[in-house]
Unconditional design. Structure first.
Length: 170
Protein backbone atom coordinates (compact mmCIF):
# COMPACT_ATOMS: atom_id res chain seq x y z
CA UNK A 1 0.00 0.00 0.00
CA UNK A 2 2.87 2.37 0.76
CA UNK A 3 4.27 2.00 -2.79
CA UNK A 4 0.83 2.70 -4.23
CA UNK A 5 0.62 5.87 -2.17
CA UNK A 6 4.09 6.97 -3.36
CA UNK A 7 3.12 6.32 -6.98
CA UNK A 8 -0.18 8.14 -6.54
CA UNK A 9 1.57 11.08 -4.93
CA UNK A 10 4.15 11.18 -7.74
CA UNK A 11 1.45 11.18 -10.44
CA UNK A 12 -0.64 13.77 -8.58
CA UNK A 13 2.35 16.09 -8.11
CA UNK A 14 3.34 15.75 -11.77
CA UNK A 15 -0.22 16.46 -12.93
CA UNK A 16 -0.59 19.50 -10.68
CA UNK A 17 2.75 20.92 -11.83
CA UNK A 18 1.77 20.34 -15.49
CA UNK A 19 -1.59 22.05 -14.94
CA UNK A 20 -0.01 25.04 -13.20
CA UNK A 21 2.63 25.35 -15.94
CA UNK A 22 -0.01 25.37 -18.70
CA UNK A 23 -2.26 27.79 -16.81
CA UNK A 24 0.49 30.31 -16.11
CA UNK A 25 1.80 30.05 -19.67
CA UNK A 26 -1.61 30.72 -21.16
CA UNK A 27 -2.53 33.50 -18.73
CA UNK A 28 0.65 35.28 -19.75
CA UNK A 29 0.53 34.09 -23.39
CA UNK A 30 1.53 37.48 -24.87
CA UNK A 31 4.84 37.18 -22.97
CA UNK A 32 5.16 33.38 -23.17
CA UNK A 33 5.64 33.03 -26.93
CA UNK A 34 7.51 34.92 -29.62
CA UNK A 35 10.96 36.24 -30.30
CA UNK A 36 11.08 38.27 -27.09
CA UNK A 37 9.61 36.19 -24.28
CA UNK A 38 9.50 35.92 -20.54
CA UNK A 39 7.68 32.66 -19.88
CA UNK A 40 6.68 33.21 -16.26
CA UNK A 41 5.83 29.51 -15.91
CA UNK A 42 9.53 28.71 -16.34
CA UNK A 43 9.94 29.77 -12.69
CA UNK A 44 8.52 26.30 -11.97
CA UNK A 45 11.71 24.74 -13.35
CA UNK A 46 13.06 25.10 -9.82
CA UNK A 47 10.65 22.36 -8.65
CA UNK A 48 12.90 19.35 -9.45
CA UNK A 49 14.92 20.49 -6.43
CA UNK A 50 11.94 19.44 -4.30
CA UNK A 51 10.45 16.47 -6.13
CA UNK A 52 11.37 14.25 -9.08
CA UNK A 53 7.68 14.40 -10.07
CA UNK A 54 8.43 17.88 -11.38
CA UNK A 55 10.43 16.38 -14.26
CA UNK A 56 7.47 14.76 -16.08
CA UNK A 57 5.18 17.51 -14.81
CA UNK A 58 7.24 20.25 -16.42
CA UNK A 59 7.68 18.25 -19.63
CA UNK A 60 3.96 17.54 -20.01
CA UNK A 61 3.09 21.13 -19.02
CA UNK A 62 5.48 22.55 -21.61
CA UNK A 63 4.21 20.16 -24.27
CA UNK A 64 0.57 21.09 -23.63
CA UNK A 65 1.35 24.81 -23.49
CA UNK A 66 3.35 24.58 -26.70
CA UNK A 67 0.47 22.68 -28.32
CA UNK A 68 -1.76 25.66 -27.55
CA UNK A 69 0.83 28.22 -28.66
CA UNK A 70 1.75 29.56 -32.09
CA UNK A 71 5.08 27.71 -32.50
CA UNK A 72 3.68 24.61 -34.15
CA UNK A 73 5.19 21.12 -34.16
CA UNK A 74 8.77 22.37 -33.83
CA UNK A 75 7.91 24.14 -30.57
CA UNK A 76 5.83 21.20 -29.35
CA UNK A 77 8.76 18.82 -29.82
CA UNK A 78 11.94 20.81 -29.25
CA UNK A 79 10.56 23.41 -26.84
CA UNK A 80 9.20 20.61 -24.66
CA UNK A 81 12.45 18.64 -24.91
CA UNK A 82 14.36 21.75 -23.81
CA UNK A 83 12.19 21.88 -20.68
CA UNK A 84 12.73 18.16 -20.07
CA UNK A 85 16.52 18.46 -20.40
CA UNK A 86 16.54 21.50 -18.10
CA UNK A 87 14.39 19.68 -15.51
CA UNK A 88 16.67 16.64 -15.55
CA UNK A 89 19.76 18.83 -15.12
CA UNK A 90 18.08 20.80 -12.33
CA UNK A 91 17.27 17.55 -10.54
CA UNK A 92 20.89 16.44 -10.95
CA UNK A 93 22.49 19.73 -9.87
CA UNK A 94 20.43 19.95 -6.66
CA UNK A 95 22.78 17.38 -5.09
CA UNK A 96 25.68 19.80 -5.35
CA UNK A 97 24.11 23.18 -4.67
CA UNK A 98 20.40 23.97 -4.76
CA UNK A 99 21.08 27.64 -5.48
CA UNK A 100 22.53 26.62 -8.87
CA UNK A 101 19.16 25.13 -9.87
CA UNK A 102 18.09 28.09 -12.07
CA UNK A 103 21.24 27.75 -14.21
CA UNK A 104 20.27 24.67 -16.30
CA UNK A 105 16.95 26.08 -17.58
CA UNK A 106 18.58 29.41 -18.39
CA UNK A 107 21.40 27.82 -20.39
CA UNK A 108 19.39 25.03 -22.04
CA UNK A 109 16.62 27.36 -23.17
CA UNK A 110 19.02 30.07 -24.33
CA UNK A 111 20.73 27.46 -26.53
CA UNK A 112 17.71 25.52 -27.87
CA UNK A 113 14.71 27.87 -27.98
CA UNK A 114 16.31 30.38 -30.40
CA UNK A 115 16.35 27.64 -33.04
CA UNK A 116 12.72 26.80 -32.20
CA UNK A 117 11.75 30.45 -32.64
CA UNK A 118 13.78 30.88 -35.81
CA UNK A 119 12.50 27.74 -37.53
CA UNK A 120 9.13 27.33 -35.82
CA UNK A 121 7.79 30.85 -35.91
CA UNK A 122 9.53 32.26 -38.96
CA UNK A 123 10.07 29.23 -41.17
CA UNK A 124 9.74 30.23 -44.81
CA UNK A 125 9.37 33.92 -44.11
CA UNK A 126 11.84 36.74 -44.40
CA UNK A 127 12.89 38.40 -41.17
CA UNK A 128 15.79 40.41 -39.88
CA UNK A 129 16.25 38.56 -36.59
CA UNK A 130 19.15 36.19 -36.09
CA UNK A 131 19.68 33.18 -33.84
CA UNK A 132 22.24 35.09 -31.68
CA UNK A 133 19.60 37.82 -31.20
CA UNK A 134 17.11 35.18 -30.03
CA UNK A 135 19.76 33.72 -27.72
CA UNK A 136 20.02 37.11 -26.05
CA UNK A 137 16.27 37.68 -25.79
CA UNK A 138 15.47 34.15 -24.61
CA UNK A 139 18.43 34.17 -22.21
CA UNK A 140 17.29 37.49 -20.72
CA UNK A 141 13.74 36.19 -20.37
CA UNK A 142 15.01 33.03 -18.69
CA UNK A 143 17.12 35.04 -16.27
CA UNK A 144 13.98 36.91 -15.25
CA UNK A 145 11.73 33.82 -15.10
CA UNK A 146 14.15 31.22 -13.70
CA UNK A 147 16.89 33.28 -12.12
CA UNK A 148 14.71 35.84 -10.37
CA UNK A 149 11.21 34.38 -10.08
CA UNK A 150 12.45 30.78 -9.77
CA UNK A 151 14.81 31.74 -6.97
CA UNK A 152 12.02 33.59 -5.18
CA UNK A 153 9.80 30.50 -5.55
CA UNK A 154 12.62 28.32 -4.20
CA UNK A 155 13.07 30.56 -1.18
CA UNK A 156 9.32 30.52 -0.50
CA UNK A 157 9.06 26.71 -0.75
CA UNK A 158 12.26 25.46 0.86
CA UNK A 159 11.10 25.94 4.44
CA UNK A 160 7.99 23.88 3.77
CA UNK A 161 9.42 21.20 1.47
CA UNK A 162 8.30 18.25 3.63
CA UNK A 163 4.75 19.48 4.18
CA UNK A 164 4.21 20.53 0.56
CA UNK A 165 5.94 17.71 -1.29
CA UNK A 166 5.72 14.98 1.38
CA UNK A 167 9.25 13.81 0.71
CA UNK A 168 12.84 14.69 1.38
CA UNK A 169 15.42 15.34 -1.26
CA UNK A 170 15.62 12.04 -3.12
Amino acid sequence: MKNLNKKTLFIAQAAIIAAIYVTITMIFAPFSFGHVQVRISEALTILPVFTPAAIPGLFVGAFLANTLGPGGPIDMIFGSLATLIAALLTYWIRRYNEFLAPIPPIIVNALIIPFVIYYGFYYGTEHSFTIPFFMLTVGAGQIIACGVLGTLLYLALRRHRKSIFHNDKE
